[in-house]
Design a protein around this ligand. Structure first.
Ligand code: CU
Length: 111
């Protein structure tokens, strides 16, 4: 039972970390972003979960947040952004031809 205080502490820590932030899921499917507009709140940490549901690779690019990553088929990635300034952050897939085919969206951060 001597681990109990540690476990309680861990629970509190996880609650504290998880309580303030919000998460947003961005799914890629059939050569597009399933939700083309994703909302977040300014000044709070946001966890962006990006999931490539397609059977081929995509990219996830947000110039305004300096995010540029490749996602293999069925790959998931998570980005924790400590604090966002209000505004619109367009995202797109930089794999050649994909943005032209409609792979773009925007992260809207409300004040
Ligand atoms: Cu793509």
């Amino acid at each position: 039972m001597r681990f109990l205080p540690f476990l309680l502490f861990l629970c509190l820590l996880l609650t504290a970390c998880g309580g303030g932030g919000k998460s947003a899921t961005i799914r890629m499917k059939d050569m597009r972003y399933v939700a083309q507009e994703v909302q977040a709140q300014a000044g709070k940490s946001v966890t962006l979960r990006v999931f490539n549901e397609d059977g081929y690779a995509h990219a996830f690019d947000v110039d305004g947040l300096d995010i540029h990553v490749q996602l293999e088929a069925k790959e998931r990635r998570e980005f924790i952004i400590p604090s966002l300034a209000p505004g619109r952050y367009p995202f797109y897939c930089s794999t050649p031809g994909h943005q032209m085919a409609g792979m773009e969206g925007v992260l809207v951060v409300e004040p």
